[in-house]
Design a protein. Structure first.
Length: 554
């Protein structure tokens, strides 16, 4: 079997590793009743650091009862056992997307100006398209598109320009990074944006006279998006969830950690009752804000059922380098003297941490800039000792600029980093900072080597094989790429650790939930560029089939 390069990763996730293989077939047969399902003749990557590879696996009910060689598993099959011949196919633990946002969109008409996932065209191109669309679209219909720096950074690309073309249609030009947008006057009114006062954690751009220009950032945008999504009601959210569930099953995703921008507790209850999700759905509350206060919509809402749970708390502490809003310790090279901007002061971060401890909920902080990360560490030291935080497992979402001089402190505090490989494709050297600075950003390999748990979430395209490819390339910092095995472990075992669920899932070992994917190709051997074309041919969640391209017999 192949030798895995997992030494650094074993240290990072040693707390997640469990030795579970039973040594002999006779011992297993004595201890385990006949299996309901047996898969044999495969290359099974268990993600268990002690026993990473096997040939066969046996499942009874919702759990794995044995993992080992074909000879070891054969005695566990009876006449009633369902058998699947893997014929050499690779099997992996079900992927656990540790960071995504699923829910209904705001509706209306959406247009595109480029086939790029990061479009960046000038305002003139957008106005031309907008002028054509409004002629054939009923007044009052929302119209939206994604934009980049050429619009967000252009003082002329504001509400006045949009109003001239679309005075009776709400228009939103949303930055593809998700942290800034430009609205026209109709959108400001329809979205009930308070142009006089800023909500906590967000800003409205104003001209010299104090009038809102239409540019909004951070929690102003998040609040607007949430109101638009909620206005569409539970049916739109259920449709979105069913669509995601089908896509996820075809990819071999069996768990998702969903930071719910546009859902409410009542909508989540409707989703649960509808059985729209067959995978394991962790709902992570993401509270919005008002002028002078934070909302408490999700306070006290926890629990769920076997598949849907509610836990944790997400807060966005800064923006991204795309809008120059990530708070950095050194200034942006293309804007001298500008360090970015924090959404919350240190005192508020302290309050958020105390609330997390009091409510026994895992805090998750979007923190991209190294200065923001330093604020988090400072606040943690004010609130509780390191030992407390190691139990809490505070998560830094993205943490693109967690710097080498911060690694030791992150490890002491028990920090879990959740990275999104699609973000790695955005290369900032020569734009936002120097090549030297870029070499110390978007680090993956050294984070793992430092013993900091590193999980993977999509925060974009759901395709896990695209994300494995990008983690194994790391386009912005190739020397910091992961091996494929490390990327899969981050996407499975460590993602389970990141939600305090490593005792239940994340590895294909005895006693764990039978969440797995049989893959269409060997993701550990095919050329890297071929990885995004991978699918799951058989996906199981708790031993139940959620996707079956093999058309296996029941």
């Amino acid at each position: 079997m192949p030798t895995l390069h997992l030494r650094g990763l074993i240290t990072a996730v040693a707390c997640c590793a469990t030795a579970v293989l039973v040594p002999t077939a006779n011992t297993q047969a004595q201890r385990v009743a006949a299996a309901d399902l047996v898969l044999t003749g495969g290359r099974i990557f268990t993600a268990d650091s002690l026993h990473p590879w096997a040939e066969a696996i046996a499942i009874r009910g919702s759990r794995i009862v044995a993992v080992g060689s074909n000879a070891e598993i054969a005695p566990l099959a009876s006449e009633t056992t369902r058998r699947v011949a893997l014929e050499g196919r690779v099997v992996v633990p079900g992927f656990n997307d540790a960071h995504t946002h699923i829910g209904a969109s705001g509706g209306g008409v959406t247009f595109v100006t480029s086939d790029s996932p990061t479009p960046d065209v000038r305002i003139g191109v957008i106005l031309d398209s907008l002028a054509s669309i409004v002629k054939r679209t009923p007044s009052g219909t929302w119209i939206a598109t994604q934009v980049g720096e050429m619009v967000l950074g252009d003082p002329a690309a504001r509400r006045a320009a949009l109003d001239r073309v679309a005075p009776r249609h709400p228009v939103v030009l949303r930055g593809w990074s998700g942290h800034g947008a430009v609205l026209n006057s109709a959108a400001i009114v329809a979205a009930k944006v308070d142009t006089v006062r800023d909500p906590e954690g967000g800003w409205i751009d104003r001209d010299a006279s104090g009038s809102a220009t239409g540019r909004i950032d951070e929690y102003v945008l998040f609040n607007m998006a949430r109101r638009r999504s909620i206005a569409r009601g539970p049916s739109a959210a259920i449709t979105a969830m069913r669509g995601y569930d089908a896509e996820a099953a075809a990819f071999g995703i069996t768990s998702v950690q969903n930071m719910v921008t546009g859902l409410t507790p009542s909508i989540v209850a409707e989703i649960t009752r509808s059985n729209a999700m067959r995978l394991r759905h962790r709902v992570i509350p993401f509270e919005m804000t008002r002028v002078g206060s934070r909302e408490t919509t999700w306070r006290g809402v926890r629990g769920g059922n076997a598949l849907t749970t509610v836990s944790g708390a997400k807060t966005i502490l800064d923006g991204t380098p795309i809008e120059r809003l990530a708070l950095m310790r050194a200034p942006y090279t293309d804007r001298p003297g500008w360090y970015g901007r924090a959404n919350w002061p240190l005192d508020t971060i302290v309050v958020l941490l105390r609330e997390a401890i009091d409510s026994k909920q895992q805090p998750m902080f979007h923190a991209v800039g190294d200065s923001t990360i330093a604020l988090v560490f400072a606040a943690m030291h004010k609130v509780a000792p390191d030992s407390t935080w190691r139990r809490v497992r505070l998560r830094l979402e993205h943490a693109d600029n967690l710097m080498p001089d911060q690694f030791a402190e992150a490890k002491r505090l028990g920090i879990v980093v959740v990275q999104n490989p699609t973000h790695l494709a955005v290369q900032l050297a020569g734009t936002r900072w120097s090549a030297d600075r870029a070499a110390r950003s978007q680090m993956l390999r050294d984070i793992v080597a430092a013993g900091i748990p590193l999980a993977i979430g999509s925060d974009g395209p759901a395709n896990p094989y695209l994300n494995v490819m990008l983690a194994a390339i790391n386009p912005g910092n190739p020397s910091q790429a992961l091996t494929r095995e490390q990327a899969v472990v981050a996407y499975t075992r460590v993602s389970a650790y990141a939600e305090n669920a490593e005792r239940e899932k994340g590895t294909l070992t005895v006693g764990k939930l039978a969440d797995l994917a049989v893959l269409s190709q060997d993701i550990f051997a095919v050329p890297l560029q071929a990885l995004p074309g991978t699918t799951s041919v058989l996906t199981l969640v708790g031993g139940k089939v959620t996707h079956d391209a093999l058309r296996t017999k029941p």
